[in-house]
Design a binder for this molecule. Structure first.
Ligand code: MN
Length: 325
């Protein structure tokens, strides 16, 4: 990059990001690199963009998306939710400056086209995961040598996090302080603004991180509760205390391919509540489909289904039937 060419994120004043470590680290990196002290950050998920009020944004805002894929959940055609959001942005007089996302360039291309726009208008274009391992990898390539060492460290942490490695200078901070309370809307914006400009957490962030350490103390207790249900299915009692479900799954997979967490906290219809999660590492086992086809209301993804406590036994039996047939 030569000295006179503008940065691809020059002028961005609104960032819409997903609240993953990749999304948070990428956002912090962009805030720092933009040198704009007034960048507003909106954390969301692909299936929730319809709830964002763009009329509150400053006039003629320049918007950047980070780690935000095109919606693929809920009522079909799924893409419409994202098309409506993009249309709302342009009709309100704003513009999309960049899309730093690795969830699929084809879907984004279709959405932009259906909104009367094109990827060619973007300073950073959406990519595919096969070529870019994370949104931070996309940003890293786009910012290149214009990024300072702090920005590079943020982007490295985000990229590593998408490969399940949180053991980096910033990865552990973003991960631990938000995982200890996923539904607290104040944590992500706060930690992102702070880590954009500081090497170390402040007292508030540190206290959130300490909560995560307490949660990790519950991990061995929950693992000890493991109940062998046969057929490669283990059940764990998560009512023991606060916990990081992802950490339990990755430990429990060392014992069985199908893991049931009972009394774990998951989002169901937008509310965090005690429920059941069944997950598997087996690629050929679509637990969500199996459970839904058993007539149970469930959400999640192919590898992990969430549903109400009352459906626990029926769901386990449906999965058992699928793995033993
Ligand atoms: Mn990502």
């Amino acid at each position: 990059m030569n000295m006179i060419s503008a940065s691809p994120i020059q002028g961005v004043n609104i960032i819409v990001a997903v609240g993953s470590v990749d999304g948070m680290a990428g956002t912090a990196a962009c805030i720092r690199h933009s040198s704009n002290p007034n960048v507003q950050v909106v954390f969301t998920q692909a299936f929730q963009v319809n709830s964002i009020d763009v009329s509150k944004w400053p006039q003629n805002s320049k918007v950047g998306f980070i780690d935000l894929g095109v919606n693929n959940e809920g009522s079909t055609p799924n893409q419409q939710l994202t098309v409506d959001f993009v249309n709302k942005i342009y009709r309100s007089g704003h513009m999309i400056l960049f899309i730093a996302d690795e969830h699929g360039k084809k879907a984004w291309g279709e959405v932009l086209e259906r909104s009367g726009h094109s990827k060619n208008e973007l300073t950073i274009k959406p990519k595919d995961r096969t070529k870019y391992s994370s949104s931070c990898a996309v940003l890293s390539k786009a910012l290149d040598e214009s990024a300072d060492s702090h920005t590079k460290a943020l982007l490295y942490a985000g990229d590593q996090a998408d490969q399940m490695n949180f053991n980096t200078q910033f990865g552990e901070i973003f991960n631990n302080c938000t995982k200890s309370n996923m539904s607290d809307p104040s944590r992500r914006p706060y930690v992102v603004q702070h880590m954009a400009h500081h090497d170390a957490p402040d007292a508030k962030i540190q206290s959130w991180m300490n909560e995560y350490v307490e949660m990790q103390d519950n991990l061995p207790k929950i693992l000890t509760s493991g109940d062998n249900l046969g057929d490669g299915i283990f059940l764990y009692d998560c009512t023991i205390g606060r916990h990081d479900a992802t950490a339990i799954f990755s430990e429990a997979y060392k014992t069985s391919p199908v893991v049931v967490l009972s009394g774990t906290n998951v989002f169901i219809e937008g509310k965090m509540q005690a429920a059941v999660s069944i997950a598997t590492y087996k690629k050929d086992l679509n637990v969500l489909k199996i459970i839904q086809e058993a007539g149970i209301t469930a959400g999640g993804m192919a590898a992990k289904a969430n549903f109400a406590l009352k459906d626990r036994e029926a769901a386990i039996e449906a999965v058992r039937k699928a793995v033993t047939q």
